[in-house]
Ligand binder design. Structure first.
Ligand code: ZN
Length: 56
């Protein structure tokens, strides 16, 4: 379980295990806390630049 705490006052707002998006307004300070699961997708681009022979 992952603790979901307020960014502002550090109050424990809830706990979750698997969540993609979460939005809880803190009852203490009124801060709107948002959580978004970030999927790490590394796009590997074959960036190989070869010097082209220029012919006139
Ligand atoms: Zn708060």
């Amino acid at each position: 379980m992952i603790d979901f705490r307020c960014d502002k006052c550090n109050k424990l707002l809830g706990k979750f295990r698997e969540c993609r998006e979460l939005e809880i307004k803190c009852p203490r300070c009124g801060e709107l806390n948002q959580y978004k699961a970030i999927e790490h997708k590394i796009q590997s681009k074959p960036a190989k630049k070869k010097w082209a022979a220029v012919s006139f």
